[in-house]
Design a protein around this ligand. Structure first.
Ligand code: 13P
Length: 234
């Protein structure tokens, strides 16, 4: 069984989400299916999928104009939240320390964080991929986690670019993440791969050791693109 999550980023509408939910109802799969949608689309009856958000405040309540707390996400029945996506790190200056606090806020509210880590092209070219991934996991995961979490490895240079690392590169990254999680007492935590996952590469990517599923951007927006990814693995 694999974990297939879509990240709609700042796309879609409530009508588009309803179309997706309706299309997913008849999909024959045992895989976990999650749709991480803009805040305005949460609260829908997601049928056989679960809904998640794409960010959350590290604060619980108070004078933080524009922010949304983990308790508020739970109030609209969100089950997951992406934290530390590379676009949050890039455009909003989010650091591992901030991501860890957001993940802790989610866990405290009973929401499963999908914690993203990954290297930029500069870091890759400087030979720092493994160091960035390991420190990303060690610093972005809260201490003494006693609830489910999910990790997503997203090589930042490959997102939305139609580029993917080689199977060996993905295997090396995921093995490092699995080993790091094990050393933190978190063996068995699902680790997703994300960046340019499509219907024609999803099965191959999910056959790589330690790849427990995928986090899909552009190809999660339309049923015709997303369903083949879900059904590409049993
Ligand atoms: P793409 O699948 O569009 O490359 O996006 C990946 C991503 O950022 C998912 O969180």
């Amino acid at each position: 069984m694999k974990f297939i999550a879509g990240n709609w980023k700042m796309n879609g509408s409530r009508a588009a989400l309803q179309t997706m939910i309706d299309a997913l109802r008849d999909v024959d799969t045992k895989n976990t299916v999650v749709l991480c949608v803009p805040y305005t689309m949460l609260g829908a009856d997601a049928g056989r999928a679960a809904l998640g958000a794409q960010d959350v405040s590290m604060h619980h309540h108070g004078a933080f104009t524009g922010e949304v707390s983990a308790e508020m996400l739970r109030d609209v029945n969100a089950k997951y939240v992406i934290v530390g996506h590379s676009e949050r790190r890039q455009y909003h200056g989010e650091t591992n320390d901030m991501v860890r606090e957001k993940a802790a806020a989610a866990i405290a509210a009973g929401i499963t964080p999908i914690i993203c880590v990954g290297e930029t092209m500069d870091e890759k070219q400087a030979g720092k991929t493994m160091a960035i991934i390991e420190s990303g996991v060690r610093e972005s995961v809260p201490e003494n986690v006693d609830a489910p979490i999910v990790i997503a490895y997203e090589p930042r240079w490959a997102i939305g670019a139609g580029l993917t690392p080689t199977a060996d590169e993905i295997a090396a990254a995921h093995t490092l993440i699995a080993d790091t999680l094990k050393s933190m007492g978190l063996a068995g935590t699902p680790v997703l791969y994300g960046a340019s996952v499509k219907g024609n590469n999803a099965a191959e990517i999910m056959s790589i050791p330690n790849v427990d599923g995928v986090l899909v951007g552009g190809a999660s927006l339309k049923p015709d693109d997303f369903i083949p990814i879900i059904t590409s693995v049993k």
